[in-house]
Write a protein that binds this ligand. Sequence first.
Ligand code: ADP
Ligand code: MG
Length: 318
Amino acid sequence: VASDGVLIALGGNAFAPPGERLSHAGQQAFALATARALLPLLRAASRALLVHGNGPQVGEMLTRVEVAGDRAYALPLDACVAAVDGELGYDLSQALYNVLRAAGDRREICSVLTQVEIDPQDPAFALPDKPVGRFHAAHDVAALRAQGQTLVEDAGRGYRRVVPSPKPQAVIERDVIARLVAAGVLVIAGGGGGIPVQRRAGLLVGVEAVVDKDHTSALLADALDLTLLVLLTDVAAAFTDHGTAAAREIRAATPAQLEALTAAGHFAPGSMLPKITAASAFAGQPGRRAIICSPDNLDAALAGEAGTTVRLAAGSGP
Ligand code: ADP
Ligand code: MG
């Protein structure tokens, strides 16, 4: 499937299969498998941008910071996101280099640390609801709250820190990313949704928050005027009545149809809803297509035979 510009967003959980302990070797193996799965799509696209999630890895980084105590300097959440994006950007660019070179493709690959500007007035700041890091025992909660963290009980499994997940308003490195992509460089950017920053007295400063990579992906795909947005995740497609006996795959939908399904409560906030919102926002203009699928059904999804395809009108678009 030829496309003149594609953004591929990789689910963070796909880097960290549920129930498996994370390891750096595991991440490298995943990066290699992903690079192989993406090869046909990358070969067909003259312009390509990759965004990846990083939630589980940021959780591990927070634990490192916590366990180190005062033996090593502490990192705030925004710096943890930056550190993990460095690690995963390295893993992905090395895997892509090896897979593309083996296929005789000599295109350049570049990972760009990405800051995303958020609005300090975003309603998410009033309701931090995105869990990050490990579970804590009840007797540790008071000390963590004294450090300014918000902790909530998680269904009997202990306490977890929650942080705001504001919408990204702008990507600070947008123009350099656009120049690289236009020059044919395979760019990895917006890792984990990007490093959240806000403007204070005209200066950028980091914010202790996380941004959903699906929203940042839609923002970047739109800014670069790409034609295909692929959201790869750990489910085969978006479903109606997900998790019930009545669950059904949505094969194709328009943004208007997805809006009606959203209003009826079919998509969980914080997981599938950001993908639906991102896919609808991107595919809301003619000549564009968004796909939600898993890495193993990518080829079938590109052919419209698996996954969920979102287009302005049925049968339209690239
Ligand atoms: P990613 O790292 O790919 O963004 P998420 O966990 O954020 O992963 O989102 C994928 C998850 O969304 C799936 O594992 C699934 O459990 C959940 N989900 C919630 N509602 C739906 C739905 N309607 N259809 C499919 N999956 C859904
Ligand atoms: Mg997600």
